[in-house]
Design a binder for this molecule. Structure first.
Ligand code: NDP
Ligand code: MG
Length: 379
């Protein structure tokens, strides 16, 4: 039996992870969490009977407690509760599938408690990768990527531990606006931006895919996970989302991982690593796909990708500022308060106004994050 906690169990990754848990049959869920979806969290508590469940929105604590009063699950709330369920003594692994930099403190708590991390919450590595990776090494815990591209890179590295990566070829679907010019992006709606061609995901990451900030975040995530410099991470637009990413080695061989676009594949790999003994999703049929294409990204239209490379080259707390400004800008776009093209404008403005602290602590990250949220909210 493998015992796990799932942070963000009511989301897109969280619910798919529970489907994978069902398929495995030998994984026991000891803790679950949501931000505010009391109904779904209650349903999950009844089905999985976890020791503890956390509701982030403290105003909903009583409602959740009442809703599952007949169960033996202990209800906790807020950041304290999230950190508590991330470090339960009975679990070996924690799936971090909350959205945003809110995942940072519970991830640190889990690492400090010696838990392996099944990492979906990329924002944590974007803001604090230089702190998290050495801490994980020091505590002897594994960071197993759930993001499909990083899972593909990790899979391509198996058996190659002693070979140097010469380049990472990071694939991107291009999102709903691939091939459009800046002019054509004027006035696009929330519904247009949420209409992703290949993946069904939470709202924030779907907008990040439309702006290509998602790929920017993933370039930074790849740098920290695999210790590769940003100039050696190249983005390829691959519309079919079949090749999930590739690694080039010094002998110029390129190793790739392929599969249908289904997040259950990287989830099951992280959960059962290094075994491949549970089938999830459908078989890849390359005769149906027929053609695999690769294009260069358009940095003028999709400025967010360039902003991420800029954040990496400026270093320090700049990535935290970029990430927080993006979280606020996406929230504003989803509320209909700003236009699509204002998302990169807000992020750039916050980055221009910030002087990064280069040698930084978690407190510096939290301070930069809070500053960027306030600054961006006022734009
Ligand atoms: P969703 O929005 O679908 O789910 C987010 C989860 O986190 C929900 O359980 C939500 O609870 C909870 N949550 C939201 N805000 C907070 C908060 N402030 N504090 C605590 N919990 C919160 O997101 P996704 O599942 O799409 O994404 C989760 C993470 O995984 C992100 O970092 C994303 O970048 C990454 N990822 C996602 C992929 C995907 O296919 N979806 C692919 C690769 C990476 P509630 O339901 O109550 O709102
Ligand atoms: Mg991804």
């Amino acid at each position: 039996m493998k015992n796990i906690s799932i942070l963000g169990s009511t989301g897109s990754i969280g619910t798919q992870a529970l489907e994978v848990v069902d398929a495995c049959g030998d994984v026991c869920v000891h803790a679950l969490s949501a931000h505010s979806n009391v109904a779904l969290l209650s349903e999950q508590i009844r089905k999985y009977k976890p020791q503890k469940a956390c509701i982030m929105n403290e105003d909903l604590y009583s409602a959740l407690k009442l809703s599952v009063a007949d169960t033996s699950t202990e209800i906790v709330c807020g950041m304290e509760g999230l950190c508590d369920i991330a470090s339960l003594s009975s679990v070996e692994s924690v799936l971090t599938s909350v959205v945003g930099n809110v995942g940072l403190l519970p991830t640190l708590e889990a690492i400090n408690a010696g838990k392996d991390i099944l990492l979906a919450n990329k924002e944590t590595l974007v803001t604090s990768g230089s702190i998290i990776m050495p801490l994980a090494k020091e505590k002897g815990v594994s960071i197993l990527p759930v993001d499909s591209e990083h899972s593909a890179i990790f899979q391509s590295l198996q058996g190659n531990e002693h070979n140097r990566i010469s380049k990472i070829l990071l694939t991107a679907s291009g999102g709903p606006f691939f091939g459009k010019t800046r002019d054509e992006l004027k006035g696009v709606t929330k519904a247009d931006a949420l209409n992703h061609p290949n993946w069904s995901m939470g709202a924030k990451i779907t907008i990040d895919s439309a702006t290509m900030m998602n790929k920017g975040l993933e370039v930074i995530e790849a740098k920290w996970l695999f210790g590769v410099e940003s100039e050696d991470i190249e983005v390829y637009i691959h519309r079919q989302s079949i090749v999930h990413s590739m690694v080039e080695f010094e002998d110029r061989s390129v190793i790739a991982q392929l599969g249908n676009p289904d997040m259950k594949l990287p989830i099951v790999y992280a959960l059962r690593y290094p075994c491949r003994d549970v089938a999830v999703g459908s078989r890849l049929n390359l005769f149906d796909i027929h053609t695999l294409t690769f294009d260069k990204p358009d940095p003028d239209t999709f400025e967010c990708l360039s902003l991420a490379y800029r954040a990496l080259s400026q270093g320090g707390t700049m990535s935290a500022v970029m990430n927080a400004a993006n979280e606020i800008a996406v929230e504003k776009f989803l509320k209909g308060e700003i236009e699509f093209l204002q998302i990169p404008e807000i992020i750039k403005s916050a980055m221009d106004a910030h002087t990064p602290t280069l040698d930084f602590t978690i407190e510096d990250v939290l301070k930069a994050d809070a500053w960027a949220r306030e600054y961006s909210a006022q734009q």
